[in-house]
Write a new protein. Structure first.
Length: 180
């Protein structure tokens, strides 16, 4: 498998993994919860999602041909007037991810050397994608952390729960042994 193909496969996997982490958090929360903040100056989950979506639409729309910071993007507004409810937030979330995954589908061996511009700064495709692959998970981690704060002892872990490493590893190693 060529580097480009392997890289894009890996990137799609990681983006899907973080998208799922956000969605597993949303599933545990109410309409009220997505607006919760620890302090008045903090961002709620609804605001963080609005920022992620704004960034996604700007960066991934016409990814190969236009600067990733679109003139129509109003970044400051992403931190005001959050989504009214989970349904509205989730519809926007899906729109952002669709834009991202559609753009990734357009990348192939014939255009992999295209230079991508973000705020007039030139990036290779790998650099531009890695930039977003670092950005979105940092915010999704914030979303999960806020969700865990809200749910407290009712939080359902998104990965291996605290104290569950040994059982998880045992299960994984048994699975490997049964496939031989």
């Amino acid at each position: 498998m060529a580097f480009q193909e392997n890289y894009l496969k890996s990137v799609r996997f990681e983006f899907h993994r973080y998208k799922t982490m956000g969605e597993k958090t949303f599933a545990q929360l109410s309409d009220t919860d997505i607006h919760w903040t620890h302090k008045e100056t903090d961002n709620s989950i609804a605001i963080i999602v609005k920022h992620i979506v704004g960034n996604m639409l700007s960066r991934w729309t016409n990814f190969l041909t236009e600067d990733g910071e679109k003139t129509w993007r109003n970044r400051e507004m992403e931190f005001e007037a959050p989504y009214a409810n989970k349904k509205e937030m989730f519809l926007a979330w899906e729109k952002g991810w669709k834009c991202l995954f559609d753009a990734l589908e357009e990348i192939n061996a014939s255009n992999f050397d295209t230079k991508i511009r973000i705020r007039e700064e030139e990036h290779t495709i790998v650099e531009a994608i890695n930039r977003q692959l670092a950005h979105y998970p940092s915010h999704i981690g914030q979303i999960a952390f806020i969700g865990k704060m809200i749910k407290g002892s009712n939080w359902i872990s998104l990965s291996i729960p605290k104290g569950g490493s040994n059982a998880f590893n045992k299960k994984m190693f048994q699975k490997d042994n049964t496939s031989n």
